[in-house]
Design a binder for this molecule. Sequence first.
Ligand SMILES: Nc1ncnc2c1ncn2[C@@H]1O[C@H](COP(=O)(O)OP(=O)(O)O)[C@@H](O)[C@H]1O
Ligand SMILES: [Mg+2]
Length: 259
Amino acid sequence: MSLLVVKGIEKSYGANRAVSGLSFSLDRGEMIALIGPNGAGKSTTFNMLNGQILPDRGDIQFKAQSIIGCSPRQTWQAGISRTFQVAQTFGSLTLAQNVQMALLSAHAKLFSFWQSARHYQRDKALELLRSVDLHTQADKPCANLAYGDVKRLELAIALANAPTLLLMDEPTAGMSARERNNLMALTHQLVNDRRDTENGLAVLFTEHNMDVVFEHAHRVLVMAQGELIAQGPPKEIRENTLVKSVYLGGGSFPRESAW
Ligand SMILES: Nc1ncnc2c1ncn2[C@@H]1O[C@H](COP(=O)(O)OP(=O)(O)O)[C@@H](O)[C@H]1O
Ligand SMILES: [Mg+2]
C-alpha cells in the first residue's frame, strides 16, 4: 500500500471547480512534482492534503488511514509536514532557537518561559541545521539571513516533526535559478539519503522552473483546470503532446517562471 493514496478528491468554490476528481498515489522515497498553469488547482490540492481545506468528496488515505476531517495539526502529528514562511516574530531568535521551537511544538512540550526551553534539544536542532547545511550559522539571528538561507531554514523547521510526507508549495518563489536548483537538489539529497530507512520521506512539490522539475522529480503530475491531465517520469512528460499543448500550443516548455 502506498504511503499516500488520493481518491477522486474534489473542491469547488461556487461554480468554479478548483479540483475535480483528482487521484494519485505516492510512496516513501519518491520526490514528485505537481505542475500546471496558475489556477490549475495545485495549492487547493496541497490544502486538502494537510487538512486546511475539507474536500467536497473523495478520500485521502495516509499510511492506510483516511485523514478526511483531520485538522492541519492532526495531519502534522501524523507525519505530514509543509514548508511555511518563518514567522516574522521569530526574526530575533537564532536559527538554532527557531528549530528548537519547532522541536518543542513537535513534541508538544509546553514551557512557560523561553528561558527554560533554551537548551531543549539543541543537539537535535543542530543536526537538522546540518542536514540543510546551515549549522555554521546556528547562533545567528534569523533576521540577518540571506533569502536562500531562510528557505533552507524553513526546510529544517518542516523536518522537525520527522515527517514521512513533506509538502512544498512553491518553495522556491522569489529565488534565483541557482538558488532554486540548490534548494531542490538539497531536498532531493534528503529524500535519497533516507530512502530504505525507517525515516523514509516522500516529497510533493510545486515548481515553475521546468529545468528544476525535470532534474529533481522522480515523477511529475500535471494538472490543468482542476484535473490531472498526465503523470509519469520527467522524460515522458517532457514529450507528452497534451501537456505541451496546455502550455504553449504544442511548443516547448518555458524555462523560467512563465507559469
Ligand atoms: N479561497 C478561494 N476562494 C475562491 N476561489 C478560490 C480559492 N482558492 C482558490 N480558488 C480558485 O480555485 C482555482 C485553483 O486555485 P489554486 O489551487 O490556487 O491554483 P494553483 O495553486 O494551481 O495556482 C482557481 O480558479 C482559484 O481562483
Ligand atoms: Mg498555488
